[in-house]
Design a protein around this ligand. Structure first.
Ligand SMILES: [Zn+2]
Length: 481
């Protein structure tokens, strides 16, 4: 039986964008050609870990978090304790749930309190939530936009220092400063993060069905994703975070290596930046949804060197991996995997989701089915167990398994579907591109990067003013693709 198209919009923008947004890991993934032997190609990692002998010795120094709201948790136990009690009260929890548009959950929580009937404050709150809920209307899923980033640039002097990676960073990366401005602008315009499941999910028969995103007037949904987040070796020393870690409070933060080799912990990339933003502005998230992290596997995930190749050290192991292993004689694959798993679990508990970005950052449109199968198996073996699997695939290079806006069909689709993938994302420059059938949700994503801001600021005007956001420390012109 043929799949039924429920939604198909903005087909026109599709091909354009595939060309414009071939995105990323320039230095290591020249891989759009089938010929490329394995994962990474040439990288010149100028890694200097000499001042750092291993994870245990890492000194956590006073971070200078990109997010200035971030406060060191210094003593003052008394106030902290009462704050915590306050935040843990059912009423406080219910208020946050309602701010995140989960009115039913909030009301249910209050009504389940034994003292509800005699508590006028709780009753009043429940009434308010009912009233707010009544203002909500369903948002058409065909009009949900999806934006994405790569690893954010924290130190622009280092990223844009004129070395061979600079031009690529300038094109496809976004700086922390730009990201903060974009996030603030999108928040002010009423954008609210939703998950792909909020748009569509499988029913009991396994048929994908659209869902109702219920939002009050002035609010509009968007999907957020970030690609790679491997903290690839080639980025070392280029002014970006190196890892995601759990801090002493169990919160997900970044490590950033300072010039003197010391390690700072703070908000240096998208995940902790968004976590901090939502803490301050709960209404930026729909029922707790955050973004989707699209993971490759060849350099490990989230800054942990979790791939089996680091342990097996095959003869053709890439130079940068060899160099890293030489600098980390105490490397322990299980320890790396445990570290990644702990961070991934904390992220999932906090609203984040994970997707495949293919293990080797491959162009799924260009490769043969056998290569797609072998690569997917590597992702299943090396990445899926760490993140609890995934039913989402976000294609690298903005590629797609078919070269048209027709419904998916063919052996690549059948194979990926058989591997459990129900959500498929490519790159598209148009405001919305959503295709829902009985068997999948397919969605275009918009790159919010140096290239787009410099060359097509008008295409971003629904989200932010590129002229105000564009980081003045970027060399111009941004190189053409
Ligand atoms: Zn990528």
């Amino acid at each position: 039986m043929k799949n039924r198209i429920v939604v198909l919009l903005c087909a026109a923008g599709f091909m354009v964008s595939l060309a414009g947004c071939s995105i990323v890991p320039f230095s290591d993934d020249v891989a759009s050609s089938q010929e490329v032997k394995t994962e990474e190609a040439d990288q010149e990692g100028e890694i200097d870990f000499s001042s750092q002998s291993g994870e245990e010795d890492v000194v956590v120094e006073d971070a200078e978090p990109a997010d200035t709201q971030e406060v060191e948790n210094e003593p003052e136990e008394n106030t902290e304790k009462s704050d915590t009690e306050e935040l843990d009260s059912p009423l406080a929890k219910a208020k946050v749930m309602a701010m995140q548009y989960d009115y039913d959950g909030a009301i249910e929580l209050l009504k389940s309190q034994p003292d509800y009937e005699g508590d006028s404050e709780m009753k009043k709150a429940a009434e308010d939530f009912e009233a707010e809920k009544a203002t909500c209307t369903p948002w058409p899923i065909s009009e949900v936009t999806h934006v994405f980033y790569h690893t954010l640039v924290y130190d622009t002097d280092k990223a844009f220092d004129g070395d061979s990676d600079s031009g690529g960073y300038n094109q496809v990366m976004t700086t922390v400063d730009e990201f903060d401005k974009i996030t603030q602008s999108m928040y002010e315009k009423g954008f609210v993060m939703v998950s792909l499941e909020d748009m569509a999910k499988k029913n009991e028969e396994g048929v994908m069905q659209s869902q109702a995103i219920m939002l009050p007037p002035g609010k509009k949904p968007f999907v957020l994703s970030q690609d790679d987040v491997s903290y690839y070796h080639y980025m070392d020393g280029d002014g970006m975070a190196t890892k995601l870690v759990l801090d002493e409070n169990g919160e997900v933060k970044n490590e950033y290596i300072e010039d003197d080799g010391s390690v700072s912990v703070g908000d240096y990339d998208m995940v902790p930046l968004i976590d901090s933003f939502v803490k301050e502005h709960p209404d930026f998230s729909y029922k707790g949804a955050k973004g989707i992290i699209a993971l490759t596997g060849y350099n490990g995930i989230l800054g942990y060197r979790t791939d089996i190749s680091y342990q097996e050290r095959p003869d053709d192991l890439n130079e940068d991996k060899k160099k890293w292993l030489d600098a980390h004689p105490d490397f322990d694959l299980e320890k790396e995997r445990e570290g990644a798993k702990a961070v991934a679990e904390a992220m999932k508990a906090n609203g984040w989701e994970f997707a495949s970005h293919t293990w080797g950052h491959l162009n799924v449109g260009a490769i043969e089915i056998e290569r797609l199968q072998a690569d997917t198996q590597k992702w299943m073996d090396n990445v899926a167990p760490l993140v609890g699997g995934s039913d989402k695939i976000i294609f690298a290079f903005g590629a797609d398994i078919i070269d048209s806006v027709e419904n998916y069909s063919g052996e690549k689709f059948d194979y990926l579907k058989s591997q459990g993938f129900d959500y498929f994302c490519n790159v598209d420059s148009s405001q919305y591109w959503v295709q829902l059938t009985d068997s999948y949700l397919r969605m275009g994503r918009r790159n919010l990067d140096g290239y787009r801001m410099y060359y097509n600021p008008d295409m971003l005007s629904d989200l932010f003013d590129a002229g105000e956001v564009f980081d003045s420390s970027r060399p111009t012109p941004v190189p053409e693709m």
